[in-house]
Write a protein that binds this ligand. Sequence first.
Ligand code: HEM
Length: 416
Amino acid sequence: MSEAAPGEGTAQPDDAGFDDYDIFSAELRNCPHQRWARMQQECPVAHSDRFGGSWLVTRFADIKAMTRDPELYSSRVSDVGGPMPGPGHKGLFLPPITSDPPEHAGHRGVLLPFLVPARVAELEPFIREKAAALARVLAEQGGGDAATGFAQQLAISVLTRLLDVPAETAPRFIEWTVRLLRTGPLDQAARAAVVSEMIGYFDELLRERAAAARAGAVQSGMGAGDLITYLTRPREDGQPLSRKQQIGSALVIMIAGADTTWSALSASLLHLGTHPADRRRLREEPKLMSTAIEELLRAYAPVMLARVSTQGTDVHGRHIPAGERMLFPLAAANRDPEVFEDPDQVKLDRRRNAHLAFGSGAHRCLGSPLARLEMRVALEEWLAVIPEFEVTDPGSIEWTGGTVRGPETVPFRVLP
Ligand code: HEM
């Protein structure tokens, strides 16, 4: 059992009220947990006009119920900030993330065959080899940055493999992810530019793969069964997906699978690099790995979800009008003392752990088998190559905020 990593709940919240919160403030990025805990007690639904306006919900039970109620809380807007588009808007179409019933199930079904456990298991040798190679480079250097030099590289190379695009595309994917999810909510022009670049890229890629499939020429990587080619094929009813859906589904893989995974992995390495006893325990009890990963996901859940209220409702004495953005920081739900004993303690062998890091209900993460596989293999290979290490100056680490929260850097040195 150990306290969560530095930057995790060590700051004292000031006495400012709970409304008018700023999800990109240093407090809510770097050490939000004391504030979440006070909000759960004193203001479980808060409101802010910042970044297009939103309502922030912090209790586990409320977040779980609201994510399971698409009639009252629509998924049509997934951004945590930015102008609030009206109903029927033509925003970024990311099926199934931005889909509501009745279309949602069909949109989810399109990607499902590529993300079921048996299919993602085929990626394990690739992930293992890549993780070991990245760790070896850092080990030879005597240290480096576990976030940008390991977690980020690994998560993105898995996506390039899944999409069967050249490994050299990885830096571009990283740059897009950072611009879209980190700069985007604060700078709409930057967001529009990156969205148009990504759409252009996937449009072209889909065109090339469709032409190659027609010519019977797709043989590389995952071969004719690659995800992009599959998206261009006719469905069971003989009709192909619309162009918009093909592009949206390809975009989803990149957007949903990138900094979510690298942030969860970076936070896990930050934890292990600041908690020698947990590190030792994982090395000595490898069978604990899967249970430990659930606990690391609970404690450092990276995602803040967004929804839009579809009608006026009253929740905990606050009136939420229709058409307003709702925010669900899953990390807050995962530290709710009503559900988790000693929520700020990381217990690698925690048994009762029905955390919400992957969401809940119909939109529950479709990539969770892949995310869990990546985290397990990454930590196994890291500990095999770098059994002893320490994070240098953990108190100075900055965390990203908004949709995905994680340590921007995890500087470490290898210990003898
Ligand atoms: C630790 C890593 C990850 C975390 C914490 C995470 C978290 C989440 C969460 C919270 C949702 C729910 C969204 C909602 O309710 O609106 C979600 C949805 C989704 N995730 Fe993940 N995710 C991770 C990795 C991945 C990966 C690696 C992929 C695929 C490459 C992926 C693909 C998806 C897809 C397609 C959805 C949409 C499901 C739907 O709307 O029905 N995720 N993820």
